[in-house]
Design a protein around this ligand. Structure first.
Ligand SMILES: [Zn+2]
Length: 305
């Protein structure tokens, strides 16, 4: 595996993993915008991620879908995809060539998520990990606890006759929240792309799930009176809620927290760990201090919400 201007390249298999420029053959870990781009000649994705990838690359693109765990020959390399637990259809890419095993994990989490298959530890010699939340301060409460706080906030708003505007990443996070909602509290509206039609006077108060980019816009103001909240790992940082002028913040992330990063890395048994994005320095240092070979990899992935 090597870093080229277009992305992470596997020479024996002649393919890229999550390339940031169009290439001949792209293996895609998941359909977030920093990973999946239109324009490549051919794509390989996990079957469970096919529809999300199609939404990004278009109906005409050449997309091959593989079941989790199914081994394919790409050139001289054996390639298989394994659940990453990040968003629906997310995959780690296992590449074996000449007795060497690499795993490129993309983004991942270990917490339960009803919308995707759980993270599967895969033994390897070299493991590529993200470090979006690669600092010891990041520790997630159990998702059930976060949902209990979310429900209490929503219920109080319903009783006060206010709408509840809950902002969340529209690819993955929003579906995860919807799957965990207690629908008995009130009506739910989900806005993933284009804003919903104009509000009518006298509409019942409701929970509206929307992308964070719609916060504090003319669109969001039509829901007044409303209480606003964001569901993200960043809400773990003191002051984030106030800086973003939100009424509430709920800690819910689709990325591994610090203990989960260490646990996932340990489970691979990898001799070498490449850290691709996020808090790379602190994680690389921690791994080195604990006897593992670790390197920062200069990939163009982003630490999304
Ligand atoms: Zn992602």
């Amino acid at each position: 595996m090597e870093l080229r201007p277009n992305g992470l390249y596997c020479a024996p298999g002649d393919f890229y993993i999550d390339p940031w420029e169009p290439v001949e053959r792209a293996v895609i870990t998941h359909a977030h915008p920093d990973r999946a781009h239109p324009g490549s000649r051919a794509y390989l994705t996990a079957r469970a991620g096919e529809s999300l990838l199609r939404a990004v690359v278009g109906p005409e693109a050449l997309v091959e879908a593989a079941e989790y765990g199914h081994s394919l020959k790409l050139g001289g390399a054996a390639v298989s995809l394994h659940p990453a637990g990040h968003i629906p259809g997310s995959a780690q890419v296992r590449v074996e060539y000449d007795g060497e095993v690499w795993v490129v994990s993309g983004d991942y989490k270990l917490e339960p998520d009803p919308t995707c298959a759980p993270f599967e530890p895969v033994r390897c010699h070299t493991f590529l990990t993200e470090a979006t939340y690669g600092l010891p301060i990041f520790r997630w409460p159990p998702p059930a606890e976060t949902m209990a706080s979310t429900h209490a906030w929503w219920r109080a708003n319903q009783e006060a006759g206010k709408n509840s505007l809950l902002y969340a990443n529209p690819v993955g996070k929003m579906q995860r929240i919807v799957a965990m909602l207690d629908r008995s509290i009130g009506p739910v509206e989900q806005v993933t792309g284009l804003p919903a039609p104009e509000r009518q006077a006298g509409d019942l108060p409701r929970l509206v799930l929307a992308p964070p980019s719609l916060h504090n816009t003319p669109w969001s103001r039509q829901f007044a009176p409303a209480s606003t909240a964001l569901a993200a790992g960043w809400m773990r940082i003191r002051g984030t809620r106030r800086r973003r002028a939100l009424d509430r913040g709920f800690v819910l992330s689709d990325h591994a927290d610090w203990p989960s990063l260490l646990r996932a890395i340990d489970a691979t048994g990898a001799e070498t760990v490449g850290v691709t994005h996020g808090f790379r320095g602190p994680l690389v240092r921690w791994l080195e201090e604990h006897g593992r070979r670790a390197v920062a990899v200069d990939a163009r992935f982003e630490s999304d919400l």
